[in-house]
Design a protein around this ligand. Structure first.
Ligand SMILES: [Zn+2]
Ligand SMILES: [Zn+2]
Length: 341
């Protein structure tokens, strides 16, 4: 589940053509995917935001399975070949699929195909075809047929998952860049990023730009300025936020446009002077180091509630064998900092 969830009141997204196409898809898939469609409706997903919705809905239902499944090269190959052979139109025969994927070991091929069968792929007497979520995700990754907006498939991201130490992958779908763990499915960060930012950038450069962009949005909001409309933002600590894995989170709400932004407590410290100094004295520049590489930015593992009323939380930020402790109040203002003994 995303630690970073932007819930703007009025999302500019959804272009007319994308919406139309999504509806067509939904109608075509209605007969064989009623269950998924229902699930999507129940989780409050708008049809107009179909692609992101498909990913988010699945990540809500089966996060670990979905991302672990897609993080394997052979399985991604199988999905790509299914798409190339038209499995969204009619079933693809096993022999055609096996031949085209080009794996020597049929037992290994069978194993990976089995992992896909069920959630992504449906098996019938005539062969293999996509199930609704499979088609949504796969066509988004490989062809961009769902919308003609930019799509960047899975690419490796440096660092490792804060939760399981697994490899990170990034993907850009429907104007949103996401970094998630290929092993356990944990999303480290997912945030809208304008597609113009993809132009003339390698994926490393893209990640660096994304880091700056997201970090500045959070810091801007924490400084009381709405990233959407520059209106006045109120920032508060929220205990046990809904639909989040966090015990405590930060919520920014714009009094002018009602824009809402929620984050970990840690991420608001990225432009705090003493935090910056603590890290820079130990050779780490928080201006440039991707923030999703710090567990205190993307989880609440290093966040402790030290007082409930008034609400006070303490963050323990480790670096190079030392630890900086920062206590913030209910308005997320820093009250005290100290080096752990
Ligand atoms: Zn992981
Ligand atoms: Zn605003």
């Amino acid at each position: 589940m995303s630690q970073f969830d932007r819930t703007a009141g009025a999302d500019a997204g959804a272009e007319a053509d994308a919406a139309t196409e999504t509806e067509t898809d939904a109608a075509a898939a209605e007969a064989d995917a009623a269950a998924e469609a229902d699930a999507a409706t129940k989780t409050g997903v708008d049809a107009e935001d179909g692609l992101t919705a498909a990913l988010r809905t699945e990540s809500r239902v089966l996060p670990a399975e979905v991302f672990a499944t897609l993080g394997n090269d052979t399985r991604v190959d199988i999905l790509r070949v299914l798409l190339e052979l038209g499995a969204d139109e009619e079933p693809v025969r096993f022999t055609d699929l096996f031949e085209r994927v080009g794996i020597d070991d049929s037992a290994n091929f069978n194993y990976h195909l089995r992992q896909l069968t069920g959630h992504f792929v449906k098996r019938s007497d005539d062969g293999y075809e996509f199930r609704y979520p499979g088609r949504k995700v796969v066509s988004a990754i490989f062809t961009g047929t769902l919308t003609d907006r930019a799509q960047v498939g899975f690419f490796p991201v440096g660092g490792s998952c804060y939760d399981c130490d697994g490899d990170l992958h990034g993907w850009y779908v429907d104007d949103t860049l996401t970094v998630g763990c290929a092993d356990c499915g944990t999303i480290q960060v997912s945030y809208p990023f304008p597609s113009g930012g993809l132009d003339d950038r390698t994926t490393d450069e893209l990640l660096q730009a994304f880091h700056h962009y997201v970090r500045h949005h959070y810091c801007l909001a924490a400084d009381g300025v709405c990233p959407e409309c520059t209106g006045a933002v109120e920032t508060t600590l929220v205990r046990d936020p809904d639909e989040e894995d966090l015990d405590v989170a930060v919520e920014h709400v714009c009094g002018r446009c009602n824009y809402r932004l929620r984050s970990t407590v840690g991420v608001t410290l990225l432009d705090h002077a003493e935090t910056l100094l603590f890290f820079s004295e130990r050779g780490v520049d928080l201006n440039t180091a991707p923030f999703w590489g710090f567990d205190w930015c993307v989880s609440d593992e290093r966040t402790a509630v030290v007082s409930e009323d008034p609400l006070r939380v303490r963050l323990s930020l480790p670096c190079d064998g030392d630890e900086l402790r920062v206590v913030v109040d209910e308005s997320v203002d820093v009250m005290e900092t100290s080096l752990a003994e």
